[in-house]
Design a protein around this ligand. Structure first.
Ligand code: NA7
Length: 541
């Protein structure tokens, strides 16, 4: 057996797991630098997030023209966005366009889910084992597995018993799904649920939304981009990317330098009105500088959004249920919506508040709560992901001395720059935990992550170095720094995927610091300093 496995083991300089945006860009960079790299992807094609999340209403919350890659002038010239907040079909077309343009598929193996990865200290190599038993070996293991890519089903009795159509938003089928004339249930009201509910409500027979925790949603205000406007955007790309670069989360919206509490209530209200009328994350990311850190400032912003939500609902008892009571605006990921609240004014839409009447079980015909049995033709789970570390946990990753990554991260991640882990030599984690990329307009930070990793590998090759690993001191200091920057945010006082809480996953009930909250510019500067100092904090040999 061992000989057969050895004979069929593929060998590369670098293995990249995942053919989403980070995996694709990483492949291109490695190829350009002359590395023999192979990408292994669980899906049947490229796209990652945009490949898996095909649910109705799925679209960007970042302005399309800030989201696309900036590295290639040709791509910027040839690709046109048709909406300011592009929908999933176009986003996936964009991924395919990149794959075609750079002929990426020839170096990608599809339908290859990595089951385990093990560091072989004697050989100085990683070995990846796939679900079908295939193996591959390489000096470097680069994870490009995404922060929101491990979908979770709710822990509810009878979850597999329902006999009708049943889908998870993050594992949406490739065939068309019709809602017309059907009784449909959606469980979950996060960013995916809010998008899906709004779209499904347009054609559904009858819709029931099961909500456990309401979220604060503000309008997306999407619109089409005419060809002339696209030309005008194209002419401004340099300026757009420069503006994103200087921004905390690499969005186009920059926080106002004033504190919310230093202006008069009238000025504050007028500023909130102005931002609320703008598209995208303007209200969340472009607000007074203290609204996400200072409780009084946040209360003012929250009161403003409360009024807006109430004004959109005919029945104030439904408004009472849709308005969050356990957290302030912006302290969880804000779902952006396009008519979400008005859905609840429709006569064929019902909201079930699970705080009043919890789900007891899923049955063959529907959902049983503490007070009623609801029958459905279709049940949709918009129940989210085991965020940030979940995709790592689903791979059995073993480092130096047999150490398991799952075990090392049992009480929360420990990393250096969110890019490497002590005890796991030559494993580079793009958009990994403790990285600035998770709270980022993600491709902006993917470019930085990939460029850093590629330059590091090139540096090692030039110096004849075979191994890179964070020192224990560097890892400890970075982890403490991540905790310190995170603790200033009100968001860290709330349960959400951003604080690592997922009630559907054992061991994920305690809040932890999952991502670097010091902002992308500081993170980039830190990475640049470290590289300039000969990769300080990494043991290279
Ligand atoms: P989220 O934001 O994690 O939302 C998941 C939703 O599902 C949320 O409303 C949960 O309620 C709800 N949920 C989860 N489990 C249950 C059970 N057992 N019963 C009832 N309700 C449940 O995931 P999304 O996919 O919407 O968004 C993820 C990110 O993707 C998003 O933020 C964007 O960045 C893109 P809870 O709040 O836990 O009470």
């Amino acid at each position: 057996m061992a000989n057969t496995a050895e004979a069929t083991t593929e060998r590369w300089d670098a293995i990249v797991i995942g053919a989403g945006l980070s995996g694709m860009y990483q492949l291109l960079k490695l190829r350009q630098m002359g590395f023999k790299a192979r990408v292994y992807e669980a899906g049947s094609d490229v796209g990652g997030t945009w490949y898996w999340n095909r649910y109705p209403g799925c679209r960007f919350d970042s302005e399309s023209w800030t989201y696309g890659f900036s590295f290639s002038p040709e791509v910027l010239k040839e690709w046109s966005w048709s909406e300011h907040f592009s929908g999933q079909p176009d986003n996936l077309r964009y991924c395919n366009f990149l794959a075609d343009k750079f002929d990426l598929r020839r170096d990608i193996t599809f339908n290859a889910r990595v089951k385990a990865a093990r560091w072989d200290d004697a050989a100085g190599e990683w070995e990846a084992v796939f679900e079908d038993g295939r193996r591959a070996r390489a000096r470097f293991l680069i994870t490009a597995i995404g922060p929101l890519s491990a979908p979770t089903m709710p822990v509810i009795e009878g979850a597999g018993d329902f006999k009708g159509e049943c889908y998870h938003t993050g594992l949406w089928p490739h065939h068309p799904v019709s809602f017309a004339g059907k009784r449909v249930a959606v469980i979950g009201t996060g960013a995916s649920g809010v998008q899906a509910i709004t779209e499904i409500a347009k054609t559904v027979g009858h819709l029931t939304v099961f909500q456990r925790t309401p979220n604060w949603c503000t309008p997306l205000r999407n619109s089409r981009i005419a060809p002339e406007e696209m030309e005008e955007i194209r002419a401004r790309y340099d300026q757009i990317f420069a503006q994103c670069r200087d921004n905390w989360g690499c969005f186009i919206h920059t926080a106002d330098p004033r504190h919310a509490t230093e202006v008069t209530p009238e000025e504050r209200e007028a500023f909130f009105e102005k931002l609320y009328a703008l598209p995208g994350f303007a209200f969340w990311q472009g607000n007074f500088r203290d609204v996400l850190m200072d409780k009084d400032a946040n209360d003012a912003m929250t009161a403003f959004v409360t009024k807006k939500i109430r004004a959109r609902l005919k029945d104030q008892r439904i408004a009472d249920r849709l308005i969050p009571t356990n957290h302030g605006y912006g302290t969880r990921r804000v779902p952006l919506e396009s008519g979400y609240y008005e859905v609840y004014n429709q006569p064929n839409v019902r909201l079930v508040d699970l705080r009043e009447r919890p789900i007891e079980r899923i049955t063959a015909t529907g959902i049983k709560t503490s007070d009623a049995q609801y029958d459905f033709d279709m049940v949709i789970f918009a129940t989210g992901f085991d965020a940030i570390t979940g995709a790592f946990d689903r791979i059995d990753i073993t480092g130096r001395g047999g150490q398991k990554l799952r075990q090392k991260w049992a009480d929360g991640p420990h990393t250096y720059l969110g890019l490497n882990v002590e005890g796991f030599p030559n494993m580079l984690t793009l958009v990994g935990p403790h990285n600035a990329a998770t709270f980022c307009n993600i491709p902006r930070c993917i470019e930085q992550n990939v460029d850093f990793v590629t330059t590091l590998l090139d540096h090692m090759r030039k110096k004849g170095l075979a191994r890179v690993e964070a020192t224990p001191q560097a890892e400890e200091a970075w982890t403490a720094h991540v905790h310190d920057t995170g603790s200033r945010l009100l968001a860290m006082q709330v349960d959400s995927w951003m604080t690592g809480v997922n009630k559907n996953v054992p061991g994920r009930l305690k809040r932890t610091f999952m991502a670097y909250a010091g902002g992308a510019p500081k993170y980039r500067q830190k990475c640049e300093e470290i590289a300039a100092n000969g990769y300080e904090g990494f043991a290279l040999r």
